[in-house]
Write a protein that binds this ligand. Structure first.
Ligand SMILES: Cc1cc2nc3c(=O)[nH]c(=O)nc-3n(C[C@H](O)[C@H](O)[C@H](O)COP(=O)(O)OP(=O)(O)OC[C@H]3O[C@@H](n4cnc5c(N)ncnc54)[C@H](O)[C@@H]3O)c2cc1C
Length: 286
């Protein structure tokens, strides 16, 4: 299911429970006193201060909340850039719902279909990618990385961008009454499609902990730290796997590529291993 469709489902559910999302509101900063957080936001051109019991910074990779708390974001950036595009594919040689990962000496190419359409999301690693990768560049990459029988044509490009991938985890998930969740707390390679899933797990666990604090008075330092005790090791576990898969998929040494392909073929032919991988990737094993 595409992330946009899932976001619509979550938004509808949230609103049906009485929540309201202010899309025109920008977080500027906050200060903490004994039992509240004073949050300053820019709302329709005006600065407004909100007194809240807790604040959750779920404001993404470049989180202003995390930065304003000076919480270190430990990790690194991969040495190559990635490019991503939404394209219309013609002559797709597989089922229209079948994603494909191509690994070659030239690099990685991932093709993810939007179910039921001829529209695909393509991701590739490129050492020195231009900021706005052209249709020609994508055609070149497909010709080099998708072998003969699995090759395909693209007709239209709807958007195309370059991005760098970081793998980082916040050293602390909480400062007083302020929590970090989602990409604000951890970012990783999209190679295994785990980022949003981890963020949803953060939200589920944090909702329970904040609910317990507000409604049952379980608000000691130890109670609130349960969030980091549960969620940070989960993120570290997923990161270890994603990092190894990202390195494996972007190998350029011919011998190592051959070993990787042999291992992938062997594991793919064992139903037990395939089931295990499915459980790990879907985070049912966390
Ligand atoms: C190419 C690519 C493919 C991916 N594929 C997958 C996948 O298949 N599966 C998966 O699980 N994950 C995937 N991910 C990861 C996933 O997209 C992210 O982990 C997820 O979007 C993080 O959600 P988030 O809400 O924490 O942060 P974001 O999606 O970054 O949302 C943060 C929000 O905060 C807002 N914001 C920022 N600053 C402020 C401020 N000062 N005031 C108010 N609002 C602010 C932003 O506007 C934004 O709306 C992929 C990522 C990439 C780059």
């Amino acid at each position: 299911m595409p992330q946009t469709a899932l976001e619509d489902i979550l938004r509808t559910k949230f609103e049906s429970l009485g929540g309201y999302i202010h899309l025109d509101c920008q977080y500027l900063g906050c200060s903490q006193s004994g039992n509240s957080v004073n949050v300053t936001v820019q709302h329709r051109g005006e600065r407004v201060t909100i007194a809240a019991t807790y604040l959750v910074g779920a404001d993404g990779h470049h989180s202003t909340v995390r930065t304003s708390l000076s919480i270190p974001f430990d990790g690194d950036v991969y040495p190559y850039s990635f490019i991503v595009a939404e394209v219309t594919v013609v002559e797709w040689p597989f089922g229209l719902n079948a994603a494909q990962i191509y690994t070659s000496l030239d690099g990685l190419l991932i093709c993810m279909p939007e179910p039921g359409k001829h529209r695909f999301r393509l991701i590739a690693n490129v050492r020195d990618a231009p900021q706005l990768p052209s249709l020609e560049l994508w055609r070149c990459i497909i010709a080099r990385r998708a072998p003969g029988h699995a090759c395909f044509e693209i007709a239209n490009m709807h958007c195309s961008n370059r991005f760098r991938i970081h793998h980082r985890i916040a050293r602390r998930y909480r400062a007083g009454r302020i929590f970090l969740a989602g990409d604000a707390a951890h970012v990783q390679s999209p190679a295994t499609g785990q980022g949003m899933n981890l963020g949803i797990q953060d939200a589920t666990i944090l909702a329970r902990i904040i609910g317990d604090a507000i409604y049952h008075g379980r608000n000691s330092e130890h109670d609130l730290d349960e969030y980091q005790r549960i969620c940070q090791p989960r993120a570290q576990k997923v990161f270890g796997l994603t990092h190894r898969i990202t390195l494996g998929m972007t190998l350029t040494n011919p011998v190592l590529c051959w070993v990787r392909n042999m291992v992938m073929m062997a594991t793919n032919s064992l139903p037990m291993v395939r089931r295990k991988i499915t459980r790990v990737i879907s985070q049912l094993d966390l």
